[in-house]
Design a binder for this molecule. Structure first.
Ligand code: G5P
Length: 224
């Protein structure tokens, strides 16, 4: 059996974590595990964690670490036979330490996107609240403006995607992410990508994963 591959993708709101994770899932067959999607599923199912998480997400605050780890770690335990890319977790040092106790990561991708680009993207972002599907009027517009492609229901914009609120969220992201980035840098698994455009970052991520996944698989085959 080839070696399982574990990757994390980090980045501020709007940096393209979801978009790039989907491409990784399609190109490399990794399962895309998104902390935001887990939370939205729990909110939709009205679980205890979902009800609690909703109060934080509505204020665009981070959900407390103990709620996140209680939600995420059991999902990872169910994935012991799969390679995965984890999108949006860990966000804090406490989450990163809990994840380190649960598994060993092969690669951490950090997206470093200019503030002006993030503001511009989020200004054009429209969301289907029931499913969490995200559109961008320039990059991946819905087939009919203002309407979800799958359900035909109306799309909304987040109040807090407005520029002033975004600057505060990004500052908070940087403060909280810094020790996580330092931890992964020290472990020598951090790869940072900076650009204004996902399509320009993607070939670099793709070639990194090609090298890592192929190398890991051939060493696993040699060992078996
Ligand atoms: P989420 O769901 O993890 P965020 O806010 O971290 O939410 P978000 O905003 O969904 O992340 P993203 O995944 O980084 O952004 O980016 P994306 O959705 O792929 O792209 C953003 C937009 O830009 C899209 O419209 C996309 O089409 C467009 N786009 C992408 N690339 C380009 C490009 O090159 N050009 C252009 N023009 N457009 C582009 O978390 C939600 C909430 O859950 C809680 C928090 O409250 C969080 O706010 N949460 C946690 N709390 C605590 N700990 C955790 N681990 C948590 N995880 C989630």
């Amino acid at each position: 059996m080839s070696k399982l591959f574990r990757a994390v993708i980090m980045g501020p709101p709007g940096s393209g974590k979801g978009t790039i994770s989907e491409r990784i899932a399609q190109s490399f067959g990794l399962q895309h595990l998104s902390s935001g999607d887990f939370l939205r599923e729990n909110i939709a199912a009205n679980t205890e964690a979902g009800v609690l998480a909703k109060t934080y997400i509505e204020k665009r605050l981070l959900v407390p670490d103990h709620v996140m780890t209680r939600l995420l770690l059991p999902r990872l335990e169910e994935m012991t036979r799969h390679s995965w890319i984890l999108d949006g977790f860990p966000r804090t040092l406490a989450q990163a330490e809990a994840l380190s106790r649960a598994c060993e990561l092969d690669v951490v991708i950090s997206l470093n996107i200019p503030l002006e680009t993030l503001k511009e993207r989020l200004r054009h972002r429209w969301i289907h609240p029931a499913s969490g599907r995200v559109y961008n009027l320039c990059f991946n517009p819905p087939r009919v403006q203002g309407v979800d492609d799958i359900s035909g229901e109306p799309l909304i914009q987040h109040e807090d995607d407005r520029p002033e609120a975004l600057v505060a969220r990004l500052r908070h992201y940087k403060d909280v992410a810094k020790p996580v980035i330092d931890l992964y840098k020290a472990k020598n698994i951090l790869h940072t990508f900076s650009d204004t455009d996902t399509d320009r970052i993607w070939p670099h991520i793709s070639s990194l994963l090609n090298t890592k996944i192929r190398t890991d698989q051939s060493s696993a085959q040699r060992a078996s």
